[in-house]
Ligand binder design. Sequence first.
Ligand code: ADP
Length: 586
Amino acid sequence: MKKEKSTFGWIFTFAGQKRSGYIASVILAVIGAAFQILPFFVMARVIGKLLAGNKDLAGYLIDCAVMAAFWLLRVLFHSLSTAQSHKATFAVLGNIRKQGLAKLAKMPLGDVQSRGSGELKNILVERVDSIEPTLAHVIPEMSSNAVVVLATFIYLLVLDWRMALVSLITFPIGMVFFMLMMAGYNKNYARTVAATNTLNDTAVEYIGGIEVIKVFGKAKSSYEKFVAAAKECAQSYIDWMNKSNFFFTFAMNIMPATLLSVLPIGGLLLKNGTLMPEKFVLIVILSMGLITPIIGCMKFIDDLAKVGTVIGQVTDILTASELSRPETDTQMPRDSTIELHNVHFGYGETEVLHGVNLTFRDGTVNALVGPSGSGKSTIAKLIAAFWDVGSGKITVGGADIRSISSEHYNKLIAYVSQDNFLFDNTVRENIRMGKPAATDAEVERAARDCGCYDFIMGLENGFDTVVGSGGGHLSGGEKQRISIARAMLKNAPIVIFDEATAYTDPENEAIIQESVARLVRGKTLIVIAHRLSTIVDADQIVVVNDGHIEAAGTQAELLQTCPLYETLWNAHIASRDSAEGGADRA
Ligand code: ADP
């Protein structure tokens, strides 16, 4: 798929097998347009008869009935055409969403996360929805209006070529105003999008952070921030409308005002005898018939620009780079030893890891420690294939991870982080996600092994308790224990565990420690350690500093050889002592 494809090119691609729906819609619309033009021929006949002094009332009534019938047929075909194009458009929206979701599965997980689930949902749900009315109407209406304008113009040419050209004089003048209206479109639209996003973010922040806001007495300033965002959002639209309203009004009034040129010039030609009166009357009527379809086409130009913007956002997702992985493995890992060979990596321009060489041997417990921002999570996420390395390589059991299919690699790794997501589903199903084919007994055994069983049975409906979206009804520690049970059920040979910083109550910590120990028996464990006391027995502790590996060894070795580790250790002991001292005094 190429990025340069036009908006309509993309829409046609998305339409897939429903293209015939659009084609049927256009055909029906053109038939409808024919019924819109036919009354003018009847009218021409009526005018002819009137000017010839015909007084046959019944004949005139039949002419009127025929015109009414044409009008009804026009309405009928128009409705049929619109129904077809609505059907096709819903298929387009469905395809956009399906392709978008399929793409998210192929994109590096890190990229998906950094785009933000709110923004992705906004594009694939709300913004895609917002183009439905335009898309459904634009194809039949633009085509029928264009046909009407063209056919009427050709008929005018046949009647009198000079008057046909005269009837179009207002068109270029109106277009100039229209172009002026569209001049700053991208800038203005971008401002409204940015302002709407800020308003959304501020509202989410205000509601989500209401506890903190109240505790720190920030209600007033936070509310003011929200009000300012709402005002800027409204103002961005008002400014845009103010700027474009003048040109829009002119364009919409001048362009269809065909009589401005037709009446005076036609009058002159009539006076000098080169235009017959009956032709003149007919030309006046026909040029008035141009008004509605011209306005019909114009009103879509603005909407089409918006569709183009939304399609641009969608194609931006669809053309994002993917993790390149083979469908089937081209190399097979022989065990679960992980090696990083001269790995460089950066988010965007700035490099974060500067040539990391590391080995995590099969079946060992490894800890990554180091100051905040030193690159521990980045190393773990590269191993979990959230992103691909910039240069160098990561191997598992000797096989470059880029030669292992995503499906296989996902089975090799369990990633447990402090913000593991729980779905709005039962506790049982949340754990079962680790192994969809697991029986209830297996799910319960995993929960028991992780020390979750008792607290789960204490919930309202035990394993059938529905945990709110994101696991809202559970405490942080409980959520993490459920994600450990999920990982345990998955039984992957490599476990990456991002130790929680937030839930440090000793009871939870002890249970989590114990369940992690059971989870990783015989497996390769990499833990991102925030509390050094939890990893003193690790087979290997890796000290990361500013994107380099400062040292690696056991606790005893590092205390001897690595001053940074000693500093970190002393700081940890001091903070733990002061916390315990505080608890003792309380
Ligand atoms: P640690 O886990 O040691 O605290 P990280 O690996 O999270 O450190 O971060 C290393 C560096 O990379 C930091 O400077 C951090 O700001 C940056 N970083 C981390 N994640 C991202 C991201 N998604 N986008 C941009 N920069 C990031």
